[in-house]
Ligand binder design. Structure first.
Ligand code: SF4
Length: 269
């Protein structure tokens, strides 16, 4: 009889463990404030404009779009070529212009107007499903609209959050980014979703970088299963000795330099 390989999936962090990482990172990079964002449909258009583009260029493209057309209803009715000209400063205008027009017209078909604030009254999964039926709107874009514009506890997982979550064992190593949205929504308390989002992005940008993570300066290093992979044995041994002898900070790890709030990067969903 063929033998089955019963390799057990690696254990992932519990809700309480994750809450602790959010707390430590928020102490390190926060406090974070909810900035007023755009209305939901504007946020969706802005999200499309920000794909593969810097914040500065996507903001410029969005401003130009609204200066040119004034309302999103006018954008929905405009020629694709005119939308393309207006958003040219944001890059990839040939791809984004038809997408914006298509999404706006689909919303009009489904809802008769472009006001998406009704989503706030829906259960989270229904609101996500409603947005996901729009062309080209994946879980991240839906999460941005729901969480940042409507204040709902939806995840919007970018490359930093995904990488940090995998390295920390918050999600398993083989979990797809799409699936990670559902898993993380079930493992992070709704009132913690915003802090999770911003703190994990800050951590990914500043410390848990893609190429060379700064594990010796990591505020959650002592609960990270990946740390030994990125540090030399000697550095790891020295760090462990420090952790054993310097009871600083609630994690037991020596706290790295705490940046001045003005220098902390703000979220880039
Ligand atoms: S210990 Fe290293 S790999 Fe783990 S979260 Fe910190 S920086 Fe990332």
């Amino acid at each position: 009889m063929p033998t089955r390989n019963h390799k057990r999936a690696p254990r992932t962090k519990s809700k309480a463990d994750i809450a602790r990482t959010i707390e430590l990172m928020t102490e390190q990079y926060g406090p974070f404030t909810h900035e007023a964002r755009l209305p939901p449909t504007d946020e969706m258009v802005f999200t499309i404009l920000s794909q593969h583009t810097s914040d500065i260029n996507s903001s410029r493209a969005f401003r130009r779009l609204m200066e040119t057309f004034t309302t999103l209803d006018d954008v929905a009715a405009a020629d694709v070529e005119d939308i393309e000209k207006a958003i040219a400063p944001g890059g990839l205008a040939k791809v984004k212009a038809p997408r914006i027009k298509e999404v706006l017209n689909r919303i009009l078909e489904l809802n008769e107007n472009l006001d998406l604030s009704f989503l706030r009254e829906m259960p989270l999964n229904d609101a996500k499903a409603w947005l996901r039926q729009l062309p080209g709107i994946g879980p991240k874009s839906a999460g941005i609209v729901l969480s940042f514009s409507l204040g709902m506890p939806a995840m919007a997982i970018d490359t930093h959050i995904y990488r940090v979550s995998q390295r920390l064992g918050v999600i398993g190593p083989k979990v797809s980014v799409d699936k990670a949205h559902d898993i993380l929504e079930s493992k992070v308390e709704p009132e913690q979703v915003f802090n999770f989002h911003v703190s994990y992005i800050n951590h990914g940008r500043q410390v848990c970088k893609a190429q060379r993570p700064l594990c010796s300066k990591c505020v959650v290093g002592d609960v990270c299963p990946s740390r030994k992979k990125f540090m030399s044995k000697a550095d790891l041994a020295s760090l462990v000795r420090q952790e054993e002898h310097i009871p600083v900070g609630t994690s037991g790890a020596p706290l790295p330099h705490v940046p001045h709030p003005a220098t902390v990067l703000k979220t880039n969903p």
